[in-house]
Write a protein that binds this ligand. Structure first.
Ligand code: GDP
Ligand code: GDP
Length: 452
C-alpha cells in the first residue's frame, strides 16, 4: 500500500502548484492524455525517489470574515485517512483567520501534520516562517512550490519516517532493465489470480454489481478485517479462472464495524486501484459524468491500470435519452477511448457477463509478451508511414524498440533526438503501437532513450 499525503490549506496558497510538481512523472513518460483534466485532485506522486498518493483536499474555504470553515465531507475524510497532512500557508500573507481556523481543526485530529510555508522565493524564508509558529503545529517547512525549492527536503523530512512503515515510500528503482531478460517474462500471468477492483463514486451501483457478480459465482472465502480505508478482498472463481474482487463498496464487510462511517472513501478507492490488475470504473447513466468520475478514471489511467468502463442503470431508459447519454460519454471520455465501454444493469444483471470478457482482454493486453523484433518492426512501419518531424533542422531518427515492462506495457524507443519529439508525434506512435499490438483496455506507455 502506498502512503497517502493530503495537501490542506485555504485557496491560493499553492496547493495545486505543489500537487502538479509532485505528480509530474520523472521520466519522459508519454502519459499526457489530451483531454484529461490538468488539475486533478488525486495523483500518484513520484518525486525524487519518493512514491506516494497525493490528495489535494481542495474544499477548504477560509471565509474572509472568519471562522466559517467549510470542508466538504470527503476532504475531511481524506484528512482522516491520510498518513501525513501537509498544511500549506502563504509566506507573503502571514497567518490569516482562515489559517487559524484550519489549524484549530488539524490540532484536534491526531494526525502527523506539517506546516509548509510556501512562496518563500525572493523573501527572507526564516523571517517569513517565524510568523506561523503561532499555529501551534510545530516546525515550519519553507518551500517555493513554483520553483521546486525546498520540496525535496520537505519530502525527506516528512516522509522519511514513513519509509520504514511503507517500504514502497521510497520508489526503489522500478525501472525494468533495458534488456529482454525481464523478470516479467518469467511470470505466468494466466495462472495468477486476477485482481479486479470495482470503483466509482457513491451510488453508481458498485454494491449492486458486486452482489450480482457474487450471486452468480461461487464465493470461496471472504471477509477480512481491516480499517475503513481498506477494501475487502473477495477471492472467487469464474469460468475456471481465479479472481480476487476488490470491494471498495464494503458489501461484505465484517460485522457492523463502521456502519456510521461514510461508505465511500477516496483513499480506499485509490489504494484499490493501486492494488488491482484491472479496474472496472462504474458510472451512473442517470447522472452526468462528474469531475470525480473523471478524476478516478484519470487516476487509474496514470497508475497504468487496465480499465473497463461500465455505464450502469441502463435499464428503463428511453431510446432518445440513451442516444443523448452516449454522445455525452463520447465527448467526455475521449481520453480513455481505448477502454471498452459497457452498458449494464447491475440490478437486472444485463451485460454483467460481458464485462468479464473485456476484463480478460484488458488483462491479456497488459501482460502479453512482445519481443524486440516485433516492436522494432512496428516502430519502423510507423516511421515509414509518417516521418518524424525535424527538430532544430535535423530529422529525428528512431532506431529500435524493446519492451520495458508489462502491466502496463511499456515500450522503450531508442534513437537520435528522440527526447525532443513533439507530443503530437508521440501520440501518433502510441496509437500506432496500440493498433499494431492490438492492445485493448490498458494504457500503453512509450519512453524515449537517446542513442549514443
Ligand atoms: P491553490 O489554490 O492553493 O491550489 O493555489 P495555486 O497552486 O493555484 O497557487 C496560487 C497562486 O500562487 C498561483 O498564482 C501560483 O502561481 C502562485 N504560487 C504557487 N506557488 C508559488 C511559489 O512558490 N512562489 C510564488 N511566488 N508564487 C507561487
Ligand atoms: P454504491 O454506492 O456504488 O455501492 O451503489 P449501490 O449499489 O448501493 O446502488 C445505489 C442505488 O442505485 C441503489 O438504490 C440501487 O438499487 C440502485 N441501482 C444500482 N444498480 C442499478 C441498476 O442497474 N439500475 C437501476 N435502475 N438502479 C440501480
Amino acid at each position: 500500500m502506498l502512503p497517502v499525503v493530503a495537501l490542506v490549506g485555504r485557496p491560493n496558497v499553492g496547493k495545486s502548484t505543489l500537487f502538479n510538481r509532485l505528480t509530474r512523472t520523472r521520466d519522459a513518460l508519454v502519459a499526457d492524455f489530451p483531454g484529461l483534466t490538468r488539475d486533478r485532485k488525486y495523483g500518484q506522486a513520484n518525486y525524487d525517489g519518493y512514491q506516494f498518493i497525493v490528495i489535494d483536499t481542495g474544499g477548504i474555504n477560509g471565509d474572509e470574515e472568519g471562522i466559517d470553515l467549510e470542508m466538504a465531507g470527503q476532504s475531511l475524510q481524506a484528512i482522516t485517512e491520510a498518513d501525513v497532512v501537509l498544511f500549506l500557508v502563504d509566506a507573503r500573507d502571514g497567518v490569516t483567520v482562515a489559517d487559524d481556523a484550519i489549524a484549530k481543526h488539524l490540532r484536534k485530529q491526531n494526525k502527523k501534520t506539517f506546516v509548509v510555508c510556501n512562496k518563500v522565493d525572493g523573501i527572507d524564508a526564516v523571517a517569513a516562517s517565524a510568523d506561523f509558529y503561532s499555529l501551534s503545529l510545530g516546525e515550519i517547512y519553507p518551500i517555493a512550490a513554483a520553483h521546486g525549492r525546498g520540496v525535496e527536503q520537505l519530502l525527506e523530512l516528512t516522509l522519511g519516517p514513513l519509509a520504514e512503515a511503507y517500504p514502497e515510500v521510497l520508489a526503489s528503482n522500478t525501472e525494468t532493465p533495458a534488456s529482454e531478460d525481464l523478470a516479467h517474462d518469467e511470470i505466468d500471468y494466466e495462472a495468477l489470480p486476477l485482481k479486479l477492483a470495482i470503483v466509482g463514486r457513491p451510488n453508481v451501483g458498485k454494491s449492486t454489481l458486486i452482489n450480482r457478480i457474487l450471486g452468480e459465482e461461487r464465493v470461496v472465502v471472504y471477509d477480512m478485517p481491516g480499517t475503513t480505508r481498506d477494501s475487502v478482498y473477495i477471492p472467487m472463481q469464474r469460468d475456471g479462472r481465479e479472481y480476487i474482487l476488490i470491494d471498495t463498496a464494503g458489501v461484505r464487510r465484517r460485522g457492523k464495524i463502521d456502519e456510521t462511517v461514510e461508505k465511500f472513501s477516496v483513499v480506499k478507492t485509490l489504494q484499490a486501484i493501486e492494488d488491482a490488475n484491472v479496474v472496472i470504473c462504474v458510472v451512473d447513466a442517470r447522472e452526468t459524468i462528474s469531475d470525480q468520475d473523471l478524476n478516478l478514471i484519470g487516476y487509474a489511467l496514470n497508475a497504468g491500470r487496465s480499465i473497463v468502463l461500465a455505464v450502469n442503470k441502463w435499464d428503463g431508459l428511453r431510446s432518445d435519452h440513451k442516444d443523448e447519454i452516449k454522445r455525452e460519454l463520447d465527448r467526455r471520455l475521449g481520453f480513455v477511448d481505448f477502454a471498452r465501454l459497457h452498458f449494464i444493469s447491475a440490478l437486472h444483471g444485463t451485460g454483467v457477463g460481458n464485462l468479464f470478457e473485456s476484463v480478460l482482454e484488458a488483462y491479456d493486453s497488459a501482460t502479453r509478451r512482445i519481443n524486440t523484433a516485433q516492436l522494432t518492426k512496428i516502430m519502423e512501419m510507423a516511421q515509414d508511414e509518417h516521418q518524424p518531424p525535424l527538430v532544430r533542422g535535423r530529422r529525428v531518427k528512431l532506431k529500435y524498440a524493446h519492451a520495458g515492462g508489462y502491466n502496463p506495457p511499456r515500450v522503450i524507443i531508442h534513437g537520435n533526438q528522440v527526447e525532443h519529439l513533439p507530443g503530437s508525434y508521440q501520440r501518433y506512435l502510441i496509437n500506432y503501437f496500440r493498433k499494431a499490438m492490438r492492445v485493448m483496455g490498458t494504457p500503453i506507455k512509450i519512453e524515449f532513450r537517446e542513442s549514443v
